[in-house]
Design a protein around this ligand. Structure first.
Ligand code: SF4
Length: 354
């Protein structure tokens, strides 16, 4: 069943209706067309998720809306909170036939309690993921379906209920470029109606070259991150199976095109798997691939997932890898994952429930 068929089987919500549909719905309940715009604004701009608190609407309309048109379609299935207050939500969306589709959304507060910045929200773009990276819990369960635009947007509403947001990364479950239309519809609303600027939204992809080129041409309102994970083609075929046969050089050429068209630097994500891709040879080959490019490499030491064969790298190997890139003129930063004890790796909470 396609994403469209899935979402059609679900009942309407305030966020799933377009402007005309919402106005029509509100009028049918005795309101004026502009009441629909006010209600949506209350949710997206002001974070209100209860009609009773929308006091700028007539009381009778608030009651009718509360009875007829839910604001959100998801339910919180589970929540996992780490010691540093990183909160992972397992959200369930209706899927028809009484089945529920689950995804994860992670709210990561600033690392220092004194920080005046808001949190970072990590959102999912698909239910499950077809890319099937062997080190990723989400890849193990395969793809169930695309998320509808309002289901992506809803994650932001739920995330903001946990605290102000200053950044967002689309790095949760799924491959964003395979659900690009729905994703950009949602991100446009995040940008225009929730006020998160282009530089504060990052979309992370494994980098299908043709799709990446089209994305660059589509006036994207986000930053780009590409999950590379290795500089060697044969190893990438293993680590990112959906990209099998696509040379890394083609991915990097498409990333260069992105930079040329948008003027925004690309970030390369590199999950460091202890003993697999954290050697000096890997660092040297990666530096060669990226030599002379304006980009950054984010090194992400792997979070072990129950039952797999990959290991967390030694801290000294992580430092040496970063230092090697640095010496070769490639900017690299290390991103130790936050909230390690709370089912922190992508997809772990979902896999536990499955
Ligand atoms: S790491 Fe990302 S692309 Fe790979 S299977 Fe997991 S969610 Fe999909």
């Amino acid at each position: 069943m396609s994403a469209g068929e899935e979402s059609k089987s679900a009942p309407d919500t305030l966020l799933s209706l377009d402007k005309a549909g919402l106005a029509e719905h509100v009028v049918a309940l005795g309101g004026k067309p502009f009441h629909g715009r006010i209600a949506r604004e209350q949710v997206l701009k002001h974070g209100v998720t209860d009609y009773a608190a929308m006091t700028s609407l007539p009381a009778t309309l608030r009651e009718a809306l509360a009875a007829e048109l839910p604001i959100l379609s998801s339910r919180e299935v589970d929540r996992s909170v780490a010691r540093d207050a990183t909160t992972k939500l397992l959200l369930g969306f209706p899927r028809g036939g009484g089945v529920e589709a689950t995804i994860e959304t992670v709210h990561i507060p600033p690392s220092s309690p004194k920080s005046t910045k808001g949190a970072t929200l990590c959102v999912s773009s698909q239910v499950g993921c077809p890319v099937a990276c062997p080190f990723c819990a989400s890849g193990r369960l395969g793809l169930v379906r695309n998320l509808a635009a309002h289901e992506i947007l809803e994650q932001y509403v739920r995330g903001r209920a946990l605290g102000d947001l200053s950044r967002s990364v689309v790095m949760g479950i799924g491959e964003p470029l395979l659900n690009f239309e729905n994703l950009t519809t949602a991100l446009d609303a995040v940008h225009d109606e929730m006020g998160l600027g282009t530089r504060r939204i990052t979309v992370s992809t494994v980098g299908f070259p043709d799709r990446l080129r089209r994305a660059a041409e589509s006036r994207p309102r986000f930053q780009l991150a590409i999950s590379l994970h290795t500089p060697f083609d044969d190893q990438r075929d293993e680590l990112v199976p959906a990209m099998k046969g696509t040379p890394i050089a083609d991915v990097i050429a498409a990333a260069d095109h992105w930079f040329d068209v948008t003027g925004r630097e690309v970030t390369y994500e590199y999950v460091l798997l202890g003993g697999d891709n954290d050697s000096v040879d890997h660092a040297r080959a990666l530096a060669d691939r990226l030599w002379g490019k304006r980009c950054t490499v984010n090194l992400i030491p792997y979070n072990p997932v129950e039952g797999d064969t990959y290991r967390r790298p030694h801290a000294e190997d992580v430092d040496s890898f970063r230092q090697f890139l640095d010496d070769a003129g490639t900017v690299a930063t290390i991103r130790w994952s936050r909230g390690l004890e709370g089912d922190a790796a992508c997809g772990q909470l979902r896999v536990r429930h499955a």
